[in-house]
Design a protein around this ligand. Structure first.
Ligand SMILES: [Zn+2]
Ligand SMILES: [Zn+2]
Length: 70
């Protein structure tokens, strides 16, 4: 079964897919939408269908003043 990458909308084949948060990404597409850092499956946040690293997510969408991540 082929799924489609939510970032580039192209098919993701089983051998190359990186599955995270219920979606299949290309290895090169699974990166923070803001800072372009490579992300590990299951180790990142998501907002509006876009993957973000935890740092960027907290800075932009998280509660202000919290310093859970350094
Ligand atoms: Zn892709
Ligand atoms: Zn980031």
């Amino acid at each position: 079964m082929i799924s489609y990458c939510p970032i580039c909308a192209k098919p993701v084949y089983f051998a190359e897919r990186k599955r995270s948060l219920g979606k299949d990404y290309h290895p090169l597409c699974l990166k923070c939408y803001r800072c372009k850092r490579q992300l590990s499956p299951g180790q990142h946040a998501e907002y509006d269908e876009k993957p973000y690293c935890n740092h960027c997510y907290l800075q932009h969408f998280g509660p202000r003043g919290k310093t859970t991540f350094n």
